[in-house]
Write a protein that binds this ligand. Structure first.
Ligand code: ADP
Ligand code: MG
Length: 150
């Protein structure tokens, strides 16, 4: 599905709605150039999950774990500095019991996982508007219905 998001605030709102559809074991890959809004979206997801701590660019720590009010931990990964599956594996992320968001959808990720939700953010103009495309891969997302209306 496709969405047009006009402001950072609306990107966070979208993240909150997306969060309500996520469960332990889910993996969300975010693609889009620097400044596209991947971290802003993750902040919204964090807000939706009641994540503790500040969701910010994890550039200097490859992954950051946020506890949430009652559900699974939110693990926020920056794959920009991860160059291989081995490096990702070294982070020892508890994928099964967490909701994992990975900024930068790297090619090698597709081969590691069976199920993931890919959120592509396109910033093709100089305005603030971001075009979003969402694709689910694998059984987990088969037939998934997304409703991001108001
Ligand atoms: N519609 C929008 N959605 C998301 N971010 C936007 C939007 N319009 C402007 N911005 C701004 O773009 C920047 C996105 O930064 P960030 O979320 O860190 O991107 P990334 O993590 O993809 O590098 C922020 O400064 C944000 O305020
Ligand atoms: Mg970022």
């Amino acid at each position: 599905m496709n969405l047009s998001i006009e402001t950072p605030e609306l990107m966070e709102t979208f993240g909150k709605k997306l969060a309500s559809q996520l469960a332990a074991g889910d993996l969300v890959l975010l693609s889009g150039e620097l400044g596209a809004g991947k971290t802003t979206l993750t902040r919204g997801i964090g807000a939706g999950l009641g994540a503790t701590g500040t969701v910010q660019s994890p550039t200097f720590v490859l992954a950051r774990t946020h506890r949430t009010t009652s559900g699974p931990n939110l693990v926020h990964v920056d794959a920009y500095r991860l160059t291989s599956a081995v490096e990702l594996d070294d982070l020892d992320i508890d994928f099964a019991n967490s909701i994992v968001i990975i900024e930068w959808a790297r090619d090698y990720l597709d081969e590691l996982f069976e199920n993931w939700l890919l959120v592509s953010i396109d910033r093709s103009n100089e305005q603030d508007i971001r075009e979003i495309e969402i694709h689910g891969h694998g059984k987990r997302w088969e037939g998934a219905q997304f409703d991001f209306g108001d």
